[in-house]
Design a protein around this ligand. Structure first.
Ligand code: PAF
Length: 308
């Protein structure tokens, strides 16, 4: 295992500074790590107001951006763009990326892994899935709005040596744990996202509103289909377990708007293809029917196609 001794400054290039990316950028900078941002905007600096959970004060950080030499000298790359932007963002960093540098990909949903591995055949590649919640208050401010676990795991042999990165992430935003099979927590998170995200985006409501008894039948139907697909994919589970987990997340994040609700509210492309779309694709592979999830996928697609 390649160690990152506690207290050492780690040079991190963070690709994408949306809500989750900004949350991690600030949290890692607070630990003294050297954060460099790689953004689509061409500015060479970005100032972020970072507000911790229940903290009245904000921290202000000014990050250096888009410096190819900082990218090359990074100890680790953390990609926090949306699933549909992952390949494009990897292509944008590839010319300056050393093959020894570990790359962590963190996004909602699944399905990018094979193409990422093709683009990065020699780098250590890791995936992370997080249930931390953040709200972009405005373009330059982010607030940490909920604590949840983060899991990190390797998706190629070279990535397996980098378990110490879970410690780096854990010190910045606990809890973060290494997982020997990252697909397991990815599926668990995907199940919750299949249940909460499309419904809250269609209804334009906070997560907590799904706790009303009116939604029990619909949530049950979604979870039943997800459980069947997960079981076929080698991650056996029961629909009752998924429903219970979904209701727990709904309670814990009752006041929050889901990421898909926020995307639809702001007329941005959503992650529906990486969440419900991935589920439907897997269901097709295992010849399983997922009518409840398919109906939600269609409704989100319809909303996206009718943005003004
Ligand atoms: O995408 C999100 O917003 C979150 O993953 C979750 C768990 C649905 C909570 O809002």
């Amino acid at each position: 295992m390649i160690p990152f001794p506690t207290g050492n400054t780690v040079k991190i290039t963070l690709v994408g500074a949306g809500a989750i990316g900004s949350l991690w950028a600030g949290a890692l900078a607070r630990q003294g790590h050297a954060i460099h941002l790689w953004r689509r905007q061409t500015d060479t600096a970005f100032t972020l107001q970072w507000q911790g959970l229940d903290a009245p004060d904000t921290d202000t950080f000014t990050f250096c951006c888009n410096q190819p030499e900082r990218l090359t000298s990074s100890d680790v790359i953390l990609i926090t763009v949306k699933a549909f932007q992952v390949l494009e963002s990897i292509k944008s960093i590839a010319p300056w990326l050393r093959t020894a540098t570990p790359v962590i990909v963190m996004h909602n949903g699944m399905g990018t892994e094979n193409e990422v591995l093709q683009l990065l055949p020699d780098n250590p590649v890791l995936y992370a899935t997080t249930s931390q919640a953040a709200l972009r208050v405005d373009r330059q401010s982010v607030r940490h709005t909920g604590v949840g676990p983060t899991f990190l795991g390797a998706v190629n042999r070279a990535g397996e040596q980098w378990q110490s990165l879970a410690g780096v992430l854990n010190t910045a935003l606990a809890p973060c744990q290494w997982h020997e099979d990252i697909h397991a927590p990815q599926w668990q998170k995907l199940a919750v996202n299949c249940a909460i995200n499309p419904l809250t985006a269609i209804l334009q409501c906070r997560n907590g509103e799904l706790a009303a008894p009116d939604f029990t039948a619909e949530l049950t139907g979604i979870c039943r289909e997800v459980a069947a697909v997960m079981t076929a994919a080698g991650y056996p589970t029961r629909s009752e377990t998924l429903l219970q987990r979904t209701l727990t997340v709904i309670q814990a994040t009752a006041a929050n708007y889901s990421s898909m609700q926020q995307d639809v509210a702001n007329q941005r492309p959503t992650e529906i293809d990486a969440i419900t779309g991935f589920l439907i694709e897997q269901a097709h592979h295992f010849q399983l029917a997922t009518p409840a999830n398919f109906a939600l996928w269609q409704q989100i697609k319809h909303l996206e196609q009718n943005y003004g």
